[in-house]
Design a protein around this ligand. Sequence first.
Ligand SMILES: Nc1ncnc2c1ncn2[C@@H]1O[C@H](COP(=O)(O)OP(=O)(O)OP(=O)(O)O)[C@@H](O)[C@H]1O
Length: 241
Amino acid sequence: MAFIKIDNIYKSYKGLKVLENFTMHIEGKKIIAILGPSGCGKTTLLNILAGIIQPDKGKVIGLENKKISYLFQEPRLIKWKTVWENIDFILKDKMAMKEREKVITKYLKMVNLMEFRNYYPNKLSGGMKQRAAIARAFAYPSDVLLMDEPFKSLDFELKFKLIDCFIKLWEVDKRLVFFVTHDIHAALLLGHDIYVLSEKPTNVKLRMVNEIPHRERSLKNKYILELEKKIIDNFEEITHV
Ligand SMILES: Nc1ncnc2c1ncn2[C@@H]1O[C@H](COP(=O)(O)OP(=O)(O)OP(=O)(O)O)[C@@H](O)[C@H]1O
């Protein structure tokens, strides 16, 4: 993945200044965790990266023609399609049936949902639905994955299980991920780079690099605790979920 430059972005909504002089430079297939207070413009930033909305000023360089997949707080599975069909649906235009079968099987196995492939979403638990959504996001041959709080509103244990599941998939199928969140623990466990955003008008207040490999990360690790302290010193409003 080439260099991505988010260059001096400005975005307002009817006089409400949301992003101002917002700049990030990113290289490689990394997980970029973006922590910010509520309403600071995290979703706005993802929408600009996806090309869904345009900035008033500034530009994003390097994402032109890139394929994007999404992971949201709600799994957003199609109700009338099975787990298998939900993934097949987004791959139909991308690959032939034989290849689709291989890809879907691979990812459903990785999230332990192969035996539930013929279930409809309403027969699955919240965690299973989100695992299906994670499998779908990775099965789609995207260059970039945009994530908007996919681990929010989950109980503590389930959140960590899903983070683990996400890391497992990312490690076999690395891609650039932009992960916006309020959740400092999720950011510390997932992010290679962690950006802390300011209040509106929003720009980057702090950038940190988390050098510990995912498999060795623990919230009790001294290095991680130091990073956590630095984040909290810079930003009081972040929640621990
Ligand atoms: N289409 C819109 N029209 C007007 N105001 C908007 C629009 N979209 C977002 N806003 C406002 O812009 C600000 C940033 O919104 P955004 O959803 O990007 O923030 P966020 O950081 O993702 O919020 P949250 O943490 O609550 O998810 C908020 O004050 C929001 O009310």
